[in-house]
Ligand binder design. Structure first.
Ligand SMILES: Nc1ncnc2c1ncn2[C@@H]1O[C@H](COP(=O)(O)OP(=O)(O)OP(=O)(O)O)[C@@H](O)[C@H]1O
Ligand SMILES: [Mg+2]
Length: 290
């Protein structure tokens, strides 16, 4: 109990700038689904909690955000945590916080975690990088990790009896996830690389302060195909830092500086991998009518 309160229950840190949905560029569909899944049941509990009268109205309790690295999965979860903090308790569960070296402890921790989430309901259990605790089961794995996975599955199955407890999980290797777990994370949202338009918006937001309207953002967006949002942040940081290193102050960024940084910083996701996400999304993904 104490461990969970100390390490997993999220307390907002007044020193960090809270993330809002509007800070996240693109990903409209993902934002829409998250808001809908979590806010509708809170808004209309009389519809969602009355299975006898409305057996068809139920909510998705398990959500999987999957996609290449650096595309905003963790950011989306942080935004929902921040935007809903008045109404929802947020538990941030990382692999290191639940994998215990003491035999049997991890399962117990999972059990208590779900019970606590139920006590504090409405609540969200956020499992970032879920692949590290719930990859496919195989012969070689340790018995303790198999038991941990089984407990997780049992708890997820029981979720529907609990009050309003939601599970959000993130993964960038969704095809490695245990099939049973995948089935329980019913709503699967593809968080893809930014489109050209979204790259333009992000580059503009990051560089406008130093490059104003001198920079051709459209052109830069074209030249950064395949870059994730995190790659673009890195690219812009490199651009600015180059100026600082060369003591070109006040910082004034020109097109050639950005081009130079593009030569140095390459996308971190390969296009070959990207195809795997698209395939996975076709097979298992869900979308929504906006
Ligand atoms: N859609 C976006 N809009 C604005 N900034 C973004 C967006 N996506 C990512 N970023 C930037 O990239 C950083 C990393 O994003 P985040 O941690 O959400 O990636 P991730 O998808 O969780 O990656 P991983 O799978 O590697 O954990 C963020 O802190 C933010 O600066
Ligand atoms: Mg992440």
């Amino acid at each position: 109990m104490e461990f969970i309160t100390q390490h997993i229950l999220v307390k907002t840190n007044p020193n960090t700038k809270p993330i809002k949905f509007d800070d996240i560029i693109g990903l409209e569909e993902a934002k829409q689904i998250l808001k809908e899944v979590i806010t509708l049941p809170l808004e209309f509990p009389q519809l969602f909690d009355n299975q006898e009268e409305h057996p068809l109205i139920s909510t998705w309790r398990g959500i999987l955000l999957f996609g290449p690295s650096g595309t905003g999965k963790t950011l989306l979860a942080k935004a929902i945590c921040n935007e809903m903090k008045q109404h929802i308790t947020f538990f941030n569960v990382t692999a290191s916080s639940i994998i215990s070296k003491w035999r049997g402890d991890s399962e117990k921790l999972i059990r208590i975690l779900f019970e606590m989430a139920n006590c504090y309901a409405p609540s969200i259990l956020f499992f970032d990088e879920v692949d590290s605790v719930a990859s496919k089961r195989n012969q070689l794995e340790h018995e303790a990790s198999r038991r941990l996975k089984t407990e997780l599955l049992v708890q997820l199955d029981g979720l529907i009896q609990y009050g309003q407890v939601f599970v959000i999980a993130c993964s960038n290797t969704p095809w490695d996830l245990d099939m049973a777990l995948l089935r329980r994370l019913e709503k699967r949202i593809f968080v893809d690389l930014p489109t050209q338009e979204h790259r333009r918006m992000l580059l503009h937001r990051l560089l406008h302060q130093y490059g104003g309207e001198r920079l051709h953002y459209e052109q830069l967006a074209q030249n950064t195909q395949g870059y994730s949002s995190a790659d673009l942040v890195l690219l812009c940081r490199e651009c600015v830092m180059m100026q600082v290193r060369n003591k070109n102050l006040p910082i004034c960024i020109e097109m050639q500086h950005v081009q130079q940084a593009i030569e140095m910083i390459k996308p971190s996701n390969s296009s070959h991998w990207h195809e795997n996400y698209v395939q996975f999304a076709k097979q298992f993904g869900s979308s929504v009518v906006l």
